[in-house]
Design a protein around this ligand. Sequence first.
Ligand SMILES: [Zn+2]
Length: 507
Amino acid sequence: MSSEVIYRKYRPQTFKDVVGQRPINITLQNEIISGQLVHAYLFVGPRGTGKTTLARLFTRSLNCLARQKNQAEPCNQCQTCLAILENRSTDVIEIDAASNTGVDNVRENIISNAQIYPFNRDGYKVFIIDEVHMLSKSAFNALLKTLEEPPQKVIFILATTEIHKVPETIISRCQRFDFKKIPQKEIIKKLTEIIEWENIKVPDSILAEIARKADGSLRDAESLLGQIISLGSDKIDEDLASLVLSRSHWHEIDNLIEALRLGNLGAALNQINQLVGEGLDVTTFILDLVEYLRQIMLYQIIGPGFTLDFADDLVAAIKKHAEDFPLADLSALIAIILDKNNIKDSLIDQLPLELACVDYLLAKQKNESTVYENLSSPAKNATQSEIKKNRVIPGDCYQTLKSSWPALIEKTKVLNHSIAIVLKSSHPLSVVDGVLSIGLEFDFYLQQLNKPEVKNHLVALIEELLGEKYKISFIIDENFAANHKSFKGHGEKEVDAVLDTFGGDVL
Ligand SMILES: [Zn+2]
């Protein structure tokens, strides 16, 4: 079955079956029941949100020969209902303004036709003009004249996705209804009904994925589902659905976010480049990444009342992130990704995303290193619990490193005296995911310490000291002076005073 068929087959035939747009639905029904109609309606809103569906329903209801008193539902069985449903009623004229933009078309199709009384004497002649904003200026002027002096028994329903292109003179002549994007929950409900009717098994996670991709357009959602159904299997799985939906990378996105949360830049960049090597569509990936972060943020703020439409393992992952990821970091990360994504004409597709990861972690390190200053003087602004929460090196580990750093440096002299001198201008920055980051001031130092024999020796010394093996990562600390001072014993006023006097530093 083609997607177009699904869309037509399940187009609502009654007001009660319409998905979403409840206030508009009820208002239109009330107008029909009370007979308080206007000559022109304006339906405004995104594509696929039910504008044409409600226009047609409204039209049938107005013309139905068997509609019950005090009810708006059309019977869908009488002569006129059938004629309208089968597109052969002369009283309902649907015009796509996109392909009939000129004034001649408007004169011919609308103005002269409107003078002819409806075939159904008790009913109305209804003009549904879709994408009305596409009309030319002169066409709008011609239409305006008709709207100003509308013939008897004629109703116009103008629909548009771009209201800003419709002249104010037209808008002011109409009763305006603003259609909203249809919530994912309602789209999923409708898709579930369709697969039950079609007797096809589709996992909830795939329905949720369709709803997400449809972005509030039921027509797009039905079209995507139709394409999946037309693959011809009565049991749809992720692999099959990926032929239509283009594979989402939620698990890889989850890994990336975890790496960023843990400050593991290498893992983050590696993940991105691995996917790019596999032919990743970077634009879609970034959209999904931002959406995933948004879900974490909303869940963190709103709590269990916020529904997460993902597969179970991802729901668990999102909840975990919501617990672990500080809100400020989350919002900063989203902002940085959006900001970098504005870079026009990036030579390398993934570069803006890579820069976003780097900038985010640099900003985070900067924030964290200012915490060091508070560590040795907790009486400053931060409370004890805040310090504990923000400390990037676990307390015991930090103290051990701090007290043993000079001895540890001594032990590197067996390798090379200059290494010991370089290390005196270093300090541990963080322990994250089994990696001890050590901050340095100069790039030149970094090159010396990154030699394998030096690194291996240090790994062994740290293991001896802490009783656990850590990888070591040397980084240039942007906030070197302040961090180094606090690691060496900032807050010990006497020492500072002496040092200031002699213009020296603690080594
Ligand atoms: Zn009828």
